[in-house]
Design a binder for this molecule. Structure first.
Ligand SMILES: NC(=O)C1=CN([C@@H]2O[C@H](COP(=O)(O)OP(=O)(O)OC[C@H]3O[C@@H](n4cnc5c(N)ncnc54)[C@H](O)[C@@H]3O)[C@@H](O)[C@H]2O)[C@@H](O)CC1
Ligand SMILES: Nc1ncnc2c1ncn2[C@@H]1O[C@H](COP(=O)(O)OP(=O)(O)O)[C@@H](O)[C@H]1O
Ligand SMILES: [K+]
Length: 538
């Protein structure tokens, strides 16, 4: 389990470590600076052979303190390093002040008022041009937008050294990014930070802002530096700050133990031991989405999968289905009859189902059967005018899988908070939005996107980040959400508890896309699943 921390959680862990006597602030700062320098040369080995000239931008807090450590360590490696300080040296916090003073005995500290980037750096002298710019201005302590003069100076610096001419590295966070939400605190610039980093080094664990919203876009790559905070500090912090840490989010991962067929759980299993999923289809010309979902449910290991289609779409479905079975279902009352078969243990409603009263009725019937159930697409949008009607029927075995647009229709007030440009930090995040939605709905909610958030009504949240080395831009293709809904349904049929089904499915969905690569269309996803399952050892 990889935790994703808020700034407050990170501070609580740090404080617990100090109080336990395990480490001092000065030691942590030294390790943080060392962690940055190590990561920089590991990720960009060619920097060792380039111009050894660095510019370190230090801020008024401990992020700036890390910057002074980095300057010293670079200098010890023979780099010509200059520090620019935004802030009053006399008001730096103690550890940052100590490192400032130590550095001031070795090199220069240019006060902000004297920043003349375009004149001092690379002005007719290639030798002077930095090959590394370190952003140690603000980290987890950012609470408000960058001041105009600082923002302007940073933008000038950014244009002075275009992308590719210098490596930009951020300490903990690209300055201006809220680390609780991944959203720039920058109402005046429409969320455009002054510069895009090539590498961001987090400490101890990733923070939420590294993976949520625009975080990955501004961080470039991320690395986590181990600064030696052990489990003891985490335990102590947890005991002290139950509230802050009980909602610690984590990164999603596949549940390998339960994905495996056979094994200790089912040494001689029958197909019904893996459940029977039922996917409802729309009318003629609209059955593709349900068929995609059904195939995905079967590929992910449901024992049996049926599509239930209106009479008018039976021929179309029959022409395309082989191992997936077919049932007639002309509406809510037919669905009620089908559900008398209690072997049908997981339902999927929404993909291609059509909008309106007929869909609403089928949803209500499905929910009334208390089956495990995935509601996606049209099953959600059909309640856009009356979300409370839907919420009244939901229960803990249901999963809602809205994309952003569907989420906005069902939870307009939550969406409004999430889409407002943040003026202060910590900003409202997609994790909080999904948590609030799950609490209101009383069931598991998957808020889809490159940063998919899975939230349970009890408050626990998981994030599946399709970013950095797990980026899967090919998933932005019609029907990929239908496949995901089917995968979740298949895992529910196999007996997975909702949050586990969603966690494993979102992970494998991205993995399937990545294993296929460019040119992916939704039909390829179920076919890529056997490879994904094998690679997991399932
Ligand atoms: N928490 C930990 O365990 C560790 C933290 N370290 C570093 O400490 C950083 C956090 O330090 P701080 O809490 O001092 O926070 P920062 O250094 O991120 O920010 C410090 C100060 O800036 C002020 N501020 C916030 N937004 C501003 C704005 N827009 N304009 C001007 N001033 C603004 C704040 O009031 C605060 O005084 C981390 O990001 C990391 O770099 C590391 O030294 C290693 C360990
Ligand atoms: N750029 C992207 N990177 C990673 N995953 C993405 C990206 N765009 C979309 N996805 C994923 O693809 C799926 C799309 O679902 P959805 O929007 O419901 O599409 P559709 O309705 O066409 O099936 C979601 O699981 C979403 O998380
Ligand atoms: K920073």
């Amino acid at each position: 389990m990889t935790d994703l921390l808020t700034s407050a959680q990170m501070r609580a862990i740090e404080q617990a470590a100090f109080d336990s006597g395990e480490v001092t602030g000065a030691e942590l700062m030294e390790r943080a600076g060392q962690g940055v320098v190590d990561a920089v040369f590991e990720v960009f080995p060619k920097l060792q052979d380039s111009r050894p000239v660095a510019l370190v931008l230090c801020g008024p807090g401990n992020n700036g303190g890390d910057g002074f450590v980095i300057a010293r360590l670079l200098s010890e490696r023979g780099w010509r390093t200059e520090c620019y300080l935004y802030g009053d040296p006399a008001r730096l916090p103690p550890d940052a002040k100590a490192n400032h003073d130590r550095w001031a005995g070795m090199g220069t500290v240019v006060p902000f008022g004297d920043w003349r980037f375009s004149l001092r750096w690379g002005y007719g002298d290639a030798e002077e041009t930095p090959s590394l710019i370190v952003d140690a201005l603000f980290g987890t302590g950012l609470t408000r937008p960058l001041a105009d003069d600082l923002d302007k100076a940073l933008r000038e610096l950014d244009t002075r050294f275009p992308e590719g001419t210098v490596r930009r590295v951020a300490v903990d966070a690209p300055s201006g990014l809220c680390m609780d939400s991944g959203r720039p605190i920058d109402p005046d610039h429409d969320g455009e930070l002054p510069s895009r980093q090539d590498l961001t080094i987090s400490f101890h664990r990733l923070k939420r802002g590294h993976v949520l919203a625009n975080g990955p876009e501004w961080c470039g790559q991320v690395r986590v530096a181990d600064i030696g905070l052990d489990q003891g500090a985490l335990r102590l912090a947890r005991e002290r700050l139950r509230e802050d840490l009980s909602d610690m989010a984590a990164l999603a991962k596949p549940d390998i133990y339960f994905l495996r067929k056979g094994g200790e759980e089912y040494p001689i299993a029958h197909k019904y031991d893996y459940g029977h999923a039922l996917v409802l289809s729309g009318g003629p010309g609209r059955s593709g989405a349900a068929r995609l979902a059904a195939r995905a449910a079967l590929r992910v290991g449901a024992g049996l999968v049926s599509v239930a289609a209106p009479g008018t779409a039976m021929a179309e479905c029959a022409a395309h289905l082989t191992s997936v079975m077919l049932r007639r279902c002309n509406g809510a009352s037919d669905l009620g009859v089908l559900l008398e078969d209690d072997r049908l243990n997981a339902l999927c409603l929404g993909p291609g189902l059509g909008l309106g009263a007929a869909t609403r009725d089928m949803v209500v019937t499905a929910l009334g059967s208390r089956r495990r159930c995935v509601l996606d697409a049209d099953a959600l949008t059909s309640f856009a005018d009356q979300p409370p009607t839907l919420f009244a029927h939901l229960h803990s075995k249901v999963v809602l899988t809205p994309h952003t647009g569907e989420f906005a229709r069902l939870f307009p007030d939550i969406w409004e908070r999430l889409s407002r440009q943040p003026e202060r930090g910590p900003a409202y995040s997609r994790i909080e939005a999904a948590q609030e939605a799950a609490a209101r709905a009383g069931c598991t909610v998957l808020l889809k996107g490159p940063d998919s958030v899975i939230a349970e009504p009890g408050g626990r949240a998981l994030v599946h980040a399709a970013s950095y080395d797990r980026a899967a831009p090919w998933l932005a293709t019609a029907g990929s959400g239908d496949v995901l809904a089917g995968m979740i349904t298949g895992l529910l049929a196999r007996g997975f508890w909702p949050v586990r089904a969603v966690e494993s499915a979102t992970w494998m969905h991205v993995e399937a896309a990545r294993s296929f690569g460019p040119g992916l269309i939704a039909e390829d996803l179920p076919e890529a699943l056997p490879g994904v399952l094998s690679s997991l050892g399932a």
